[in-house]
Design a protein around this ligand. Structure first.
Ligand code: ACM
Ligand code: ZN
Length: 546
């Protein structure tokens, strides 16, 4: 006969077992960041992901196979389960046991589109291309709760999704402070988690040249180490600690390949004709005054720029841009064009002689010096066109006239992009008002790491309307949206991560998701689950959600 104590013990064991059973399972949530277009949950038995599940590709495209290996890695990181990737046996129409099927043959006008269909035995992740499949994998991965040691239930569902914009960018300034190749690769992983596909790599500036070129090794030997750095915001100070860094050619190639495996194109920037003190330090004869010059130890906009009346400048730009075009497979190369003061050119006999030679005069649209800058940008555009490349320039390229096919990167607000689109040029929106992520993300600046200033809370980054001020017929010219990370005050990669996360999450919904789904409170719910993935991957991020 059971005693009262014995009954209690049995109940306790049963309760513990039930608990164990429920604890051993977690349920996927498809409401990820960026939110997919359509999520149709269906009634019925879920797919239970456990160690017996196999990942299978439906064709032998090597990119799809890389995706499969990447997916297995994500699942292992999140759940601890080591799923086999069936490399040899293609799907024959009769899956053996539970299967995650990857395909790249979905019919869609958008190559980045994907669908996910979950039934009790098969999860089908179908992309319109291997890239589309990869974005399906990202959504799938983010839907998994980060709870090791549990099997995961996937409710039956049909998800269909495609991005709003083909250009989904993040910029990284490695000139003001240098970030080694491994950090850049982590930045790329972080971008992939947010469905981004363009890394704008700002490789040269007044404070350092980071890109090795075979024809001009002096740009690294003389232009990559500054004698020190100002302390905080005191430009009269200098810590006198030599600071520098550069990538090797092998590292550059490795980063390009690493990005390509994650469907990210690297767009290198050689900022010209301003922001060029690194090149001038190596070549003082290429400045209007002849120097001497040294790498800057402070921040801001330097008066010394390339002398646009000096033939040597054109020769150097020809060499540099030709080699850059050979290194980087990107269709676009960024040639800067921002913040080029004209004081030196106004006082320089060579620049003035060039202005006369070219017949430039001031008019109501532009000064003759602005036209001279436009001449330099056109020269650079022609060099790159010979290599089959097109250019992107900061919105200052609108001043003085811009080359055909030039893409305008709108940073001084959205106006530059609006104007460019109105003129029939393509544009990328990277307005400082929403996406300069070196700005504070909280009003509580005392308890934030030192920032350049400003205030861009998460809600502001979430609120950008890329098509505002653009007529419906010109919308096709808005290629996409980008956030910039300038690193004057960002010395460590931990700090860099803190500045972009979670504001990249907000950006990613502007870049990817249907604007009809924009809802800040719902986004914050989704973000809390994404943050579990940040933690899992060891990304430093801010908890500010103002
Ligand atoms: C810029 O922020 N100077 C493009
Ligand atoms: Zn000059």
């Amino acid at each position: 006969m059971a005693t009262r104590g014995g009954t209690r013990l049995t109940l306790a064991i049963m309760f513990a077992m039930a608990n164990l059973l429920t604890c051993a399972q977690a349920t996927a949530n498809y409401e990820v960041v960026p939110i997919p277009d359509n999520i149709e949950i269906k009634e019925g038995k879920p797919f239970v992901l456990d160690g017996s599940t196999t990942i299978v590709c439906t064709n032998d495209d090597p990119q799809l196979r890389k995706n499969a290996t990447m997916l297995a890695g994500y699942i292992k990181d999140i759940t601890g389960m080591d799923l086999p990737v069936s490399q040899g046996n293609l799907f024959t129409g009769k899956p053996q046991g539970k299967t995650i099927l990857l395909s790249s043959e979905l019919l869609s006008d958008n190559p980045e589109a994907y669908q996910i269909n979950v039934t009790p035995d098969i999860i089908m992740i179908g992309g319109a291309s291997p890239a589309g499949n990869f974005y399906g994998i990202q959504t799938f991965r983010k839907s998994i709760p980060v709870e090791k040691g549990k099997s995961i239930e996937f409710p039956q569902v049909n998800i269909s999704d495609s991005p709003q914009f083909g250009y989904r960018g993040a910029h990284f300034d490695v000139a003001r402070h240098f970030f080694p190749a491994d950090s850049v690769k982590t930045y790329i992983d972080m971008m992939a988690l947010h469905n981004m596909n363009r890394l704008h790599w700002h490789l040269t500036d007044d404070q350092g040249w980071r890109l090795p070129l075979k024809k001009h090794p002096e740009l690294i030997t003389k232009g990559s180490v500054r004698r020190g750095t100002c302390i905080g915001k005191d430009f009269s100070s200098c810590d006198s600690i030599p600071y520098g860094g550069f990538y090797t050619s092998a590292e550059i190639q490795d980063v390009i390949n690493y990005a390509a495996d994650r469907y990210i194109t690297i767009i290198p920037e050689i900022d010209l004709p301003g922001h060029m003190l690194a090149a001038l330090t190596a070549h003082p004869d290429l400045g209007c005054t002849g120097g001497p010059y040294e790498l800057w130890t402070i921040w801001g906009v330097a008066d010394d720029v390339l002398c646009a009346g000096n033939e040597g400048v054109y020769n150097l730009l020809d060499d540099v841009l030709t080699e850059v075009a050979e290194i980087f497979p990107s269709e676009y190369i960024h040639i800067g064009g921002d913040e080029c003061p004209k004081d030196r050119w106004k006082a320089c006999p060579k620049c003035q002689a060039k202005i006369v030679e070219l017949g430039f005069t001031d008019d109501e649209h532009s000064s003759k010096e602005e036209k001279l800058q436009s001449h330099v940008m056109s020269f650079a555009t022609d060099v790159l066109a010979r290599q089959g490349k097109k250019i992107i320039g900061w919105d200052e390229i609108l001043e003085g006239g811009l080359p055909d096919n030039a893409v305008v990167m709108s940073w001084r607000g959205a106006e530059g992009g609006q104007k460019a689109a109105g003129m029939g040029h393509d544009a990328i929106m990277a307005p400082y008002t929403h996406y300069y992520l070196d700005y504070y993300q909280s009003k509580d600046t005392e308890n934030e790491p030192l920032s350049i200033g400003g205030y861009i809370p998460l809600s502001k980054s979430y609120s950008f309307e890329p098509y505002e001020g653009i007529s419906p017929e010109n919308r096709q010219h808005i290629l996409g949206v980008q956030a910039n990370l300038w690193t004057e005050y960002i010395h460590t990669f931990d700090h860099a991560q803190y500045m972009v996360l979670p504001r990249w999450a907000a950006l990613s919904e502007v870049q990817w998701s249907d604007p009809k789904s924009r809802d800040f409170d719902a986004f914050k719910q989704r973000l809390s689950r994404l943050q579990d993935h940040y933690k899992l991957n060891g990304y430093n991020y801010s908890n500010r959600q103002e």
